[in-house]
Design a protein around this ligand. Structure first.
Ligand code: DCP
Ligand code: MG
Length: 393
């Protein structure tokens, strides 16, 4: 019998943007279980349930030590009956029957495999499953028409499933930097997404590109893409135009819209580390071939004795922002996704402001609030500044 008074009870604020969440998660078994249920809900078009599980998982990520009993969770926010049942199951029986059942279910496995293909979302996967397609093999045999993104996704499936390392992200950063300064001297690139939060791996690499002089960034993306293409670095790319217009009388669109910047979804052909060369090793002529991705190391090119190819495919997202929106873009693209969602909820519900990756609009004053740094935006929102490494909610 444990004396309840001796059990540490935790306390955390309910908005994730009021908490400091590092990558040092003391409850990975519980958060993995809740994240799996969140993913299943999201893949099943149940976004509300998905968010509820994400919030529950995020609360546990913020705890300073492992949970040993449900009594410790009394009074914690965002833990609904369903999440508590899952947690109790794991604490008492070592596993949650619901999580285990979901993991094993044919439907979930098929949704996972199919949505793991770049370019395939939950709706498409759902349709395919209804047509009896549960695997990559069945998809290939089915004669379904795939769009260009999905074809590339299928072709590079194995590579894209491999987590991207920080070293690979840095190597791609050097390439993107070279591209950007070649086509527009003075332009700057910043690593965003999970790597900016200090993650050691990611599913892709995200970069934000800007120029210190407003307007100089216009038309930049097509030039960067052409440069990368001419050097043979791109296996796939799709660029979307900037469609953001600051409305005179307030945000015309929901503040959560993320897709209004000039943006490029791409798949990079990254040469292997030995071929890339690093600053630590002496430079052989071969090593200058970070640019090698193109000529030597193609499918048709010479292969090493092992028969392995000397490059891999990596998902890369590029975003271009005018300098006037840079701080908002940086904040909006650093994540985590839940942290972003909570920031916007805080802004809307507690401050009567609309936050997006482009701007912050004050509904009471009826005007946009300008900012040149993330710190300023936190201040406008009445929040203590949380650095990227503590936004891992
Ligand atoms: N983002 C967002 N909502 C979107 C798209 C992006 O909030 N619809 C933001 C939050 C993400 C960041 O952009 O953190 C990058 O998106 P990713 O999907 O690449 O997420 P991460 O980089 O955080 O994770 P990973 O390490 O898996 O790439
Ligand atoms: Mg990312």
């Amino acid at each position: 019998q444990i004396d309840e008074a001796e059990v540490v009870a935790f306390s955390v604020p309910s908005y994730a943007c009021l908490r400091r969440t590092t990558l040092d998660n003391h409850n990975p078994v519980l958060t993995d279980a809740l994240s799996l249920l969140a993913e299943n809900a999201e893949l099943s078009d149940e976004d509300g349930r998905g968010v509820a599980f994400r919030r529950a998982a995020a609360v546990l990520k913020a705890l300073p030590e492992p949970v040993t009993g449900v009594t410790q969770l009394r009074g914690l926010p965002c833990l609904g009956g369903h999440s508590l049942r899952v947690i109790r199951d794991i604490l008492e029986n070592g596993a949650s029957s619901e999580v285990e059942f979901t993991k094993q279910s044919e439907r979930f496995k098929a949704l996972k495999v199919l949505t793991d293909i770049f370019g395939v979302g939950a709706k498409t996967a759902e349709r395919w499953i209804r047509d009896g397609i549960h695997s990559l093999h069945q998809l290939q045999e089915s004669g379904q028409t795939l769009n260009r993104a999905q074809q590339a996704g299928l072709e590079h499936y194995d590579d894209l499933k491999q987590p991207v390392t920080k070293a690979e992200a840095d190597a791609i950063g050097e390439i993107v930097e070279e591209a950007v300064v070649s086509v527009l001297p003075g332009a700057q690139i910043t690593l965003i997404g999970g790597f900016r939060r200090g993650k050691l791996t990611g599913h892709d690499v995200d970069f934000l590109i800007t120029h210190p002089e407003e307007g100089r960034e216009v038309g930049l993306m097509p030039k960067v893409v052409s440069w990368l293409e001419s050097q043979g670095f791109l296996l796939y790319q799709k660029t979307t135009r900037n469609s953001y217009l600051e409305a005179k009388d307030g945000p015309a669109r929901p503040a959560s819209n993320m897709d209004r910047f000039e943006r490029c979804f791409s798949i990079f052909k990254l040469a292997d580390a030995e071929k890339r060369g690093t600053k630590q090793t002496e430079n052989t002529p071969e090593d200058t071939c970070r640019l090698a991705a193109h000529s030597q190391v193609t499918d048709e090119g010479p292969k090493p004795a092992s028969g392995h190819r000397r490059w891999r495919a990596v998902r890369v997202d590029l975003v271009v922002s005018p300098i006037s929106q840079f701080a908002f873009a940086l904040l909006g693209w650093t994540g985590s996704k839940l942290f972003e969602r909570e920031l916007r909820r805080w802004a809307g519900h507690e401050k009567a402001m609309s936050l997006s990756s482009h701007a912050l609009y004050d509904n009471k004053q009826g005007r946009y609030l300008k900012a040149t740094s993330e710190e300023e935006i936190f201040t406008y929102l009445g929040l203590e500044y949380i650095p990227p490494s503590e936004r891992n909610a």
